[in-house]
Design a protein around this ligand. Sequence first.
Ligand code: F6R
Length: 616
Amino acid sequence: MCGIVGYIGKKNATEVVLNGLQRVEYRGYDSTGIAFIKNKSIQIYKKSGRLTQLLSVVQPDDNITNVAIGHTRWATHGIPNDSNAHPHSDNHNNIAVVHNGIIENYRNIKTMLLQKGYNFSSDTDSEVLAVFISSIYDEQINKDITEATRLALAKVQGTFGLLVISKIEPNKIVCARRGSPLILGIGEDDNEFIVASDQTAIVDYTKKVIFIEDDEMVVISNDGYYLKTLDNIAIKTKETSLIEFELGQLEKGGFEHFMLKEIFEQPETIMNATRGRMIQELGEIKLGGLSDFTDILTNMKRIIIVACGTSWHSALIGEYLIESLARLPVEVEYASEFRYRNAPLLDTDLVIAISQSGETADTLEAIREVKRQGVPVIGIVNVVGSTIARETNAGVYLHAGPEIGVASTKAFTSQVMVLLLLSIHLGLLHNKLSSNKAKKLIAEINKLPLQINKILSNKDKIKDIAIQLASSPNVLYLGRGLGYPIAMEGALKLKEISYLHSEGMPAAEMKHGPIALIDKNMPVIVVAMGEQDNKIWSNVEEIRTRGGRIILIDNEGNSAGRVNKEDIIIEVPRSVIEVSAILGVIPLQLLSYYVANHLGREIDNPRNLAKAVTVE
Ligand code: F6R
């Protein structure tokens, strides 16, 4: 989704900002732009399309400046064209703004500004904000761009991560946040600053950061920075943090795409998710982030998991695992639906929010609703220091490292891993799981990195299958038990990056309607994995009888004697059922990747998608 970068300091700001925009490309965007002050005037360059389009009209070396702001836009109001791209300026070309989020009352403000004689050259809510700030500045007796910004923001409804520069006060950037992430990087000698919506744009220059909170402003200049609230109260002290990942993690490391690199990182990311958290000899799980939460974990009677997309699929697996290992009732909710359903929560509930990015607006709003009802909420999050990580009462990090490919892969398997650890922990706390069973599960978990490597070494076979699959406009994914969320996740991966139509569903549901779609042109991917074995093989027969093509994901040796010669089978190493979900999804990730690659899709930045969906 939209990305913001701003820089002030001794380096060439144009270069720093363009580099930062390249770092946030992975979030998904459809236009880009940059603004800086040169020869005492605001220069704005913006282009629809990829960052390379922008680089064809603006080169860092031709535009040496110390203050610049830039933006990657993911269209919400107004189609993705040059004029709707950010930065936006006011009618006098005095200021430039970049804005993430949505100004919900922009129509009313625009009408008021039109009546006052102001003009607009785009369809965006963000230009309305720029003109609104400037109109307040025009009317001020004591002209002050920071105060004009603050007064404008006091009147807007909606969300913003906002940067403003002005040619009248050229050595500063005014920044503000409500509901859209903003992080301040503090560079050399504490008088160089890079502000961005994403840590990846900052880490090239500094690891020292301050997380700006909702309803806060920060003003940065060559002389330093100061913070205040949007209510004009000075913020005297603010904790600094260190970015935890390394620059190398933002490179492709020899892989053709980030997605492929991230698929191949999974033996390691799975280990990172478990490191220091399992005590094999005792059959115990230690989740440091939940250590103060033991009473709540022991006394709660029901769990509700909120998440979106891929994280929602891991939640479905979590439901299965917690119910079977801890015998606690679990409900899984789409965060967006839960947020507005006014669902009654009980004092004995615990809510778990799952999010890779930690910035998903739907999930964040669900968390706020839960907290409003006074119910504890814990987070399972990848991005350290993200909004969800900070707003939940406690949590467990995935430690999967930055996930750049828009389609989530390693974060998904790490989410499932953490949910498995949590399920074992809850099972032990609630006396529903013996330490012997816990020891066995830990032993199986320890085998995972080697088992994942074995699946990855089968990539050429999966690639061949993908090439056959790529000519099918529709693909069905079926599974039972734990195979069902894996089927859903496989279908989501395929549609996201290949644009083929695919649907995942419980295998038994097929006969209640979708079976009408089955004919010789319909490939059906069946995630068997030993789940309700006889039943799933009946479903396979139902497909065969109607001429459907079977691609089977199954445990090694499980299908012997049952496959027909037309069936395609991808085998994965055997494990206990609780652990096998992680193994079952990996061939499906590879399959989607190779289909999309064969079709020449933009795998790391698929059309219309955003990595962090920061609007509701
Ligand atoms: C799919 C994908 C999305 C995200 C969803 C939630 O590959 O990545 O479906 O899972 O947008 O995002 P997070 O997990 O960041 O809250």
